[in-house]
Design a protein around this ligand. Sequence first.
Ligand SMILES: Cc1cc2nc3c(=O)[nH]c(=O)nc-3n(C[C@H](O)[C@H](O)[C@H](O)COP(=O)(O)OP(=O)(O)OC[C@H]3O[C@@H](n4cnc5c(N)ncnc54)[C@H](O)[C@@H]3O)c2cc1C
Length: 382
Amino acid sequence: MTDWNAMADEDFRREVRAFFEWQYPPQLRYILHRARWHEMKDWWRKLCEKGWIAPNWPREWGGMALDAGKMVIYLEELERHGVARPPDQGITQVGPLIMRFGTEAQKAHYLPRTLSGEYIWCQGYSEPNAGSDLASLQTTAVLEGDHFAVNGSKIWTSLADDATHIYLLARTDRRAKQQQGISFLLVDLKTPGITLRPIRNLAGHEEFSQVFFDNARVPREGLVGALNDGWTVAKALLGFERLNIGSPRRPQYALNRLEMLARAKGLLDDAGFLDRFIALKLDIEDGAALYRRFVEQVKRGEPLGQDVSMLKIWTMETWQRLAELLVEAGAEQGVIAGVHDVAGVETDFLNPFYYSRPATIYGGSSEIQRNILAKYVLKLPS
Ligand SMILES: Cc1cc2nc3c(=O)[nH]c(=O)nc-3n(C[C@H](O)[C@H](O)[C@H](O)COP(=O)(O)OP(=O)(O)OC[C@H]3O[C@@H](n4cnc5c(N)ncnc54)[C@H](O)[C@@H]3O)c2cc1C
C-alpha cells in the first residue's frame, strides 16, 4: 500500500492530477448543480477501486490517511479539474464518527458499505421547530424490546432522496433535561413508516426533503454511543461537519470559475477588479492554512474544539463574497438565470450565488458560530 504522505508534494500532486484528468468524466467537469448519486456513482466506484474515495480515513478502513498538507493538495486538484462533490456525508462525517464512537460490530458493518457506496448517508438533525436550538428537537424514539419506535419529522435533509440511510437525533427520555435525553441512531431509509417530501430550493432544484417517521421500527443495533448520550456524539459530528464545510473546496471552485471568466473577459487588466480578486484569493489561502491546522488536530486523535467555528465562518463568508464578485463580473448577464456563453466559457453566474447564500445558515448559522466563539473561545461575558 502506498504511503502517500512519504511522497514529495509535487509528485503527489502530479499523480492526483493525472488520475483526475484521465478518469473523471469530462461531461461532469464544473457542473453547475449539486451532483446527484446517479451522476456520480461510476466516479465513486473508480475512486474506490483506486483506494482514493476516503482521503481522510485511516488505512485500516480503506482510507488514504492523508496528512493535512496532502489533504489540501488533494482538494486543490479536485477543484482545479472541476470535480463535483458526490453525496459524501458517509465519508466526511458518519464514517469518522463510527470509528470514534461505534462498536466493533458497527464498524465492521457500516464502514465497508459506506466506503463502497452501498450506503449513502443523509443527516437528520433539524426539525421544523429545532434548528439553531437543536436540543429542543421533538422526534421521539421509544425503546420497545430490541427496537426503537421512531415518530416525528426532520427537515432540510440534504440529498435525502439519494440516500439509503439517515443518521438522526431523537428524544429517548422525555423527562430528562433537554440535551440529556437525546440518542443518536443509524437508520435504513427503507424502514416501513419513513416517507420523504421533497423541498424545492431557490435555484429550482429539489435537493432537500422533509422526512417523516410514523412508528418506524429501528433495530437497537443502530444506536451509536450510550442511550440518552447522543448529544456527545452529535457534537463531535458537528465538529467534523464544520471542518468539512470549512475546507477550501467550495471557495476554490468559485475562484476557478471567476478566474476563467475574468481571463475570457479581460477583467484581470482592470486594477480595481484585480485588487478584489487577489484579496479573495489570499483569503482562501488563509482559510486553507487554518483548515490544515484543524485537519492535523484530527489526525493526532485530538477532539476538535469550539474554535473550529472560526473556520466555518471564514470559509463560507469568503465563498459568498466570491459568488457576489462573480455576479458583478457577469455585468448585465450576471443577474439573468441560466447558462451564458462568455467568450467561450460557459457560466451560470447566479447558481454559485444561490448555492453560497445558505452556507452561512447550514451546519450552524454564522450568528450561532459567533456566539460560540464569543462564549467558549473569547470567554466574553454573556
Ligand atoms: C441548504 C441547506 C441544507 C441543509 N441541510 C441540512 C441537513 O442535511 N440536515 C439537517 O439536519 N439540517 C439541514 N439544514 C438545516 C440547518 O442546519 C438549519 O437551517 C440551521 O441550523 C438554522 O436553523 P433554522 O433554519 O431552524 O433557523 P433558526 O434557528 O430559526 O434561525 C433563524 C435566524 O435566527 C438566528 N438565530 C437563531 N438563534 C440565535 C441566537 N441564539 N443568537 C443569534 N441569532 C440567532 C439564526 O442565525 C438565523 O439567522 C440545512 C439548511 C440549509 C439552508
